[in-house]
Design a protein around this ligand. Structure first.
Ligand code: S3P
Length: 442
């Protein structure tokens, strides 16, 4: 699919529902015995894999026009399944679900997925689950397909070797059915949606600095979850606005949880303008766990039209502690770097190698193919700003965020961009191209 340069980007779009929160709503809904209403559930490939998985485990999912209703099995009653659970492309499903299943005594499940998921490690969740007494058998001890044998779990204190919301969440979910309080300590804050949703479900969960403690429970009480718009999807429009003179884009109903808007802080530091009420305080620094997800309309504002050729953006250094707070948006930081003055350096992000594609390699390849000057490092990349991008061809490698990056690059390029494999966007943002047409048609 081709994306030609545009002279304007104007209008308003509704941010698609948050993928991370949707996965959690389906899983925690399935763990709850009473019906849970979910409004704003993301209808995309990844989150539909989660609905299929919880149905296979015995939950009844009713999809209505304006909400879904999940009638779960209860915390300890997931149904065993002879056929493998297909997680598709969804790493979050693959890493969170075993936290629930590991405690279901006497039952077992096999989890498998697409060719990209088979390259993504599960040892990071197998390790803490085994410490709790869990039994996991993985291919080459590291990869899917893998088998989870349900057993009685012991409480633990797990210190995460790297900041990962998926691993943290897996341990917290396992802790719900362990024999005492389970504590997780993260080296730096990561997204806290699981903590917020469990607090909303009446679970005793406390934060103390970088540690979270969860107490076991017999049942969850969750009547309704509302899923806000996804800041990781909104980020494509905020980045596009920052690159196109005179742009003004409103992304309505965007989740602005502090742990998810590291990208907005980086963009603002580079000189980009984003208006809207962001969650200001770091909730992970305070005691307690906030129950609700904050939401706002965000406005991306472009450089002044006709004020010369540049975007006015400055290169920046992204430090390791910022990485978990902007992990899925780091490809966009690289794109912005091509249009900024000076160097943009991302450090402490070796994790990018095990995302939907090896995002250090694929981002560097994409930016260079479009005329950028990017170089991979062991734990990130360096982009030297060259004042813009010529254009060319980007291969998505089946990675939704790379496909959408290529499209945004096309809008801001001199000659346009052809994206090979644009259909990958359906993993998180099926309406992406339609929204792009809305914003470029004015
Ligand atoms: C996610 C956490 C992040 C992120 C992924 C979604 C989540 O992964 O990259 O897209 O929903 O918990 P890690 O926690 O493994 O860094």
């Amino acid at each position: 699919m081709r994306f030609d340069p545009v002279t304007t980007l104007q209008g308003s779009v509704l941010a698609p529902p948050d993928k991370s929160i949707s996965h959690r709503a389906a899983l925690i809904g399935a763990m709850t015995a009473d019906p849970v209403r979910v409004t704003g559930y993301l209808d995309a490939a990844d989150t539909n894999s989660t609905l299929a998985a919880v149905r296979q485990l015995g939950a009844i999912v009713e999809v209505r026009p304006d909400e879904i209703v999940i009638r779960g099995t209860g915390l300890r009653e997931a149904r065993s399944s002879a056929s493998p659970i297909d997680v598709g492309n969804a790493g979050t499903l693959m890493r969170l679900l075993p936290g629930w299943l590991a405690s279901q005594e006497g039952r077992k499940w096999t989890l498998d997925g697409d060719s990209s998921i088979r390259k993504r490690p599960v040892d990071r969740i197998a390790e803490p689950l085994r410490r709790m007494g869990g039994v996991i058998e993985a291919t080459d001890d590291r990869f899917p397909p893998f088998v989870v044998h349900g057993t009685r779990l012991r409480a633990t204190h797990y210190e995460l070797p790297m900041a990962s919301a998926q691993v943290k969440s897996c341990v917290l979910l396992a802790g719900l059915a362990a024999d005492g309080a389970t504590r997780v300590t993260e080296p730096a804050p990561s997204r806290d949606h699981t903590e917020r949703m469990l607090a909303g479900a009446g679970v005793q969960i406390q934060r103390d600095g970088l540690s979270i403690t969860v107490s076991p429970t017999d049942e969850l009480e969750l009547e309704h979850v509302h899923v806000p718009g996804d800041p990781s999807s909104a980020a494509f429009w905020l980045a596009a606005a920052a690159l196109i003179p005179g742009a003004r884009v409103v992304v309505r109903n965007t989740g602005v949880n502090w742990t998810r808007i590291g990208f907005v802080r980086i963009l603002q530091r580079m000189g980009g303008v984003v208006e809207g009420e962001l969650e200001a305080a770091d909730p992970t620094g305070a005691a307690g766990v906030p129950g609700l997800e904050p939401v706002a309309d965000l406005v991306g504002v472009g450089p002044a039209a006709g004020a010369g050729t540049g975007t006015g953006l400055r290169g920046t250094l992204v430090l390791p502690d910022e990485v978990p707070l902007a992990i899925d948006e780091l490809p966009l930081v690289g794109l912005l770097g091509c249009f900024a003055e000076g160097e943009t350096i991302v450090t402490g992000a070796a994790e990018l190698k095990v995302k939907e594609s090896d995002r250090i390699a694929t981002v560097v390849e994409a930016l260079n193919a479009l005329g950028g000057d990017a170089e991979a490092t062991a734990d990130g990349f360096v982009v030297r700003g060259t004042g813009g991008l010529r254009g060319g061809t980007v291969h998505s490698h089946g990675d939704h965020r790379l496909a959408m990056l290529g499209a945004v690059a096309g809008l801001a390029s001199r000659e346009g961009v052809e994206v090979v494999g644009m259909d990958a966007a359906a993993v998180s943002y099926p309406g992406f191209v339609a929204d792009l047409r809305t914003l470029t048609s004015g």
